[in-house]
Ligand binder design. Structure first.
Ligand code: NCD
Ligand code: ZN
Length: 346
């Protein structure tokens, strides 16, 4: 099979930033994806439906050539999110979920939740109104080893949360461990997970073994090979609980290369092509459309996209650098080759 035609996929976890940074990166996603769940971790964060709709307008204004791209907005949950805001989310067609960042867990998470106890009432209300919760699933306690933070989050936070509010729909975002795959696989249909291309392709040696590579630093951090293998098995399995979310998160080369390195990997310029390469290597191209175009839509209760994209088996080179608001951005696999190429949309 040398050409692959898919229902145009959706990216269920994307950072687009704002202003001229947004303008530099938005098209890479809009060419490949029909819809994307837009992360609200701007500075300051997007905490109200009003702000989300203004941000959505700024995204669309950057994409005059991609009028069909549909940004699915989210709000940033804080210790003080009011119930009214949950009502507004449930009642607007353009905001789809709340994002939970444990305070201090990652880029622009300072306003995140300091203690899950503080948000239990609002989470219960989200369950009542059937508004999904998207989790950055890592604890932030200094005494927990960084490689264990997802596993400990599942034990201490997620598992009790699912028990206490079993009607809440939850996406455990960018899963990185076998523990997460097992938890999500064994949980109810209301619990799902997204998986990034970089966590499917790399283990932590890619960040640490041949000299520290800041361009492979993201959160949750890359894990051991056996975890990567569990992610690949989950993504390619066809299990409807697992779907595509790139976590494409651009930072300038300067911000990545000057300590302390910012967490985040930019993969939007080759995202569906890289996923296709992973599925191809596993002889699983037949399940790519489920993972990329069907499972997430089903979880979010969205119609399948009517557009299609095609990929061709052809080596091409991922750019060394991309212009990022006048600065330099080093994308994932910069200068490397990719064996599936995007053909024009149709
Ligand atoms: C993200 C970013 O840069 O906004 N970084 C990352 O490493 N994934 C934030 C996030 O999703 O954790
Ligand atoms: Zn993210």
């Amino acid at each position: 099979m040398d050409t692959l035609t898919l229902i145009k996929p959706d990216d269920f976890h994307l950072h687009l930033r704002d202003g001229s940074e947004l303008a530099s990166v938005a098209r890479d996603s809009a060419r490949r994806f029909a819809r994307a769940i837009i992360m609200p971790n701007l500075a300051p964060p997007v905490v109200s439906v009003r702000q989300a709709l203004e941000y959505r307008r700024r995204i669309l204004d950057c994409l005059p050539d991609n009028p069909d791209f549909n940004p699915l907005m989210t709000l940033y949950l804080t210790d003080n999110t009011p119930r009214d805001e949950v009502d507004r989310v449930a009642e607007t067609g353009e905001v789809y979920a709340f994002k939970y960042y444990p305070a201090g867990a990652t880029t622009h998470s300072a306003s995140g939740v300091t203690d899950i106890g503080k948000v239990m009432p609002v989470l219960e209300y989200m369950a009542q109104r059937d508004v999904p919760l998207l989790l950055h699933g890592e604890v932030t306690d200094a005494e927990v080893d960084i490689f264990d933070r997802e596993k400990v989050f599942i034990e201490r936070i997620l598992s009790p949360l699912v028990e206490n509010i079993n009607a809440l729909r939850i996406v455990l975002e960018h899963v990185t461990t076998r523990d997460a795959v097992q938890f999500v696989s064994g949980a109810s249909d209301r619990i799902a997970a997204t998986i990034t291309p970089h966590h499917l392709m790399l283990n932590r040696n890619a960040m640490l073994a041949e000299g520290i590579n800041p361009h492979h630093y993201c959160l949750p951090i890359l894990k051991r090979e056996r975890h990567r293998q569990a992610l690949v098995a989950a993504a390619t399995s066809g299990n409807p609980k697992f779907f595509l979310g790139t976590d494409s998160a651009p930072h300038s080369a300067r911000a990545k290369e000057k300590p302390p390195c910012c967490a985040g990997i930019y993969n939007a310029c080759a995202a569906i092509e890289l996923y296709a390469s992973v599925f191809d290597a596993m002889d699983s191209l037949d399940t790519l459309e489920q993972f990329a175009s069907r499972n997430g839509a089903r979880f979010y209760g969205l119609p399948l996209n009517t557009q299609k994209i095609s990929l061709r088996r052809e080596e091409w080179q991922i750019p060394d650098v991309i212009n990022f608001a006048g600065a330099t951005l080093v994308p994932f696999r910069a200068g490397g080759s990719c064996r599936w190429k995007l053909v024009d949309e149709h």
